[in-house]
Write a protein that binds this ligand. Structure first.
Ligand SMILES: Nc1ncnc2c1ncn2[C@@H]1O[C@H](COP(=O)(O)OP(=O)(O)OP(=O)(O)O)[C@@H](O)[C@H]1O
Length: 347
């Protein structure tokens, strides 16, 4: 008898990503060159880490990694991050370490982090977590780190972007591959949360439900427990899948527009490198605003603080010129129109 369908599904998702990781590896000769002790025939086997919170998604991911990696000659380890936000979180992290070891993963490590305040509690925890995962990947020489985001997480991310009124880049949600040198991989992005949970049950894997996930103080939690169920009730069950598809389509569109903007940028600068308003005016708004955004960031505006309304205001210097004064942007950056040129610089 084959494995439970949910277990088969999580394993297949992980197997595909492991194949991608192997295909993305530099040729064995190049590897052996960097490790002089090794011959071209025997490159070191790559290490893939799973980032595991102990929740159903990442426990399912860990179990599938432990099952699939050895068959492909890949070493599989795990990292759990202790955010220190709840009493006893250190004990919980120890428990996750134990479970990952029981799955046969090695190395397994728990990393304690200090969560700051910047950007709110969710963003601060995320920043601290990724910094710790990056450091762990470097320390262990890992080729990749797997994250347990599911299709449901993707749908939530798309909805949050939609509600913020930001552009298609934010509707494109999370990438299947991201981070430095494509370090982060999300094998479950096409898989629903229920499947991950069922796979844990079928394998008798104990899972931990993060109370934050159910805490109505968190926007994402409200969306998960109230927003999406209401949408499903109104629009039908396929809404999560459709939102995930929206993410993929938006990503392709956003990539195309970004590359259009990169190409167009050179053609709208004068000999001294300043942006020419008439040439900017002739561009489609989506391309023009991308160029403006990039120029503002280049001048020193922090990307995270630069919102659509800022760029719209700068855009009005081009499309609605009536002698406006300088526009202040985050990071003490100032945009102003001077004799048919747009000057964006730190003031
Ligand atoms: N404390 C942690 N330690 C290590 N990795 C984590 C931690 N928290 C989250 N992650 C990683 O980030 C992914 C997404 O986390 P998030 O908290 O958004 O989702 P989740 O629904 O709680 O996931 P899970 O069910 O796996 O806990 C997780 O699947 C896991 O890979």
């Amino acid at each position: 008898m084959g494995p439970h369908p949910a277990v088969a599904a999580i394993r297949l998702a992980v197997r595909r990503v492991l194949h991608d990781i192997l295909n993305d590896q530099p040729a064995s000769r190049a590897l052996a060159g960097r490790h002089p002790g090794l011959t071209a025939e025997r490159p070191p086997s790559p290490l893939v880490l799973v980032a595991c919170s102990g929740g159903a998604d990442s426990m399912a991911l860990a179990s599938a990694l432990a099952f699939e990696a050895p068959k492909l000659g890949i070493r599989a380890g795990g990292i759990t991050v202790d955010h220190g936000l709840q009493a006893g979180s250190d004990l919980r992290a120890d428990e996750v370490v134990l479970r990952l070891c029981e799955l046969g993963l090695a190395p397994v490590e728990s990393v304690a982090v200090t969560v700051g305040r910047e950007g709110g509690p969710e963003a601060a925890a995320r920043d601290a977590r990724y910094a710790a995962l990056d450091a762990a990947a470097e320390r262990h020489g890992a080729t990749a780190v797997l994250l347990g985001h599911t299709r449901d997480d993707q749908a939530e991310t798309v909805l949050l972007g939609l509600a913020r009124g930001s552009g298609i880049r934010s509707l494109s949600g999370m990438a299947a591959v991201s981070g430095a040198a494509g370090r982060y991989r999300r094998p479950f992005l096409q898989l629903d949360r229920q499947t991950a949970r069922k796979a844990c049950m079928a394998q008798s894997l104990p899972v931990w439900d993060d109370p934050h996930n159910a805490d109505p103080a968190y926007t994402r939690s409200r969306l998960r427990h109230e927003g999406l169920p209401a949408l499903e009730k109104a629009l039908g069950k396929g809404v999560v899948e459709a939102l995930a598809r929206t993410a993929q389509l938006s990503r392709d569109d956003a990539d195309a527009l970004d590359s259009w903007a990169s190409q167009a940028e050179a053609s709208v600068r004068d000999a001294t490198g300043l942006l020419e308003c008439a040439k900017l005016y002739a561009l489609p708004p989506a391309v023009r605003r991308r160029i403006l955004r990039r120029a503002a960031i280049e001048a020193g505006a922090p990307a995270g603080a630069l919102f659509a309304r800022h760029i719209e205001e700068v855009d009005r210097l081009i499309t609605g010129w009536r002698g406006q004064g300088a526009i202040n942007l985050p990071g003490k950056v100032v945009a102003q129109r001077q004799g048919g040129r747009l000057v964006i610089r730190q003031g």
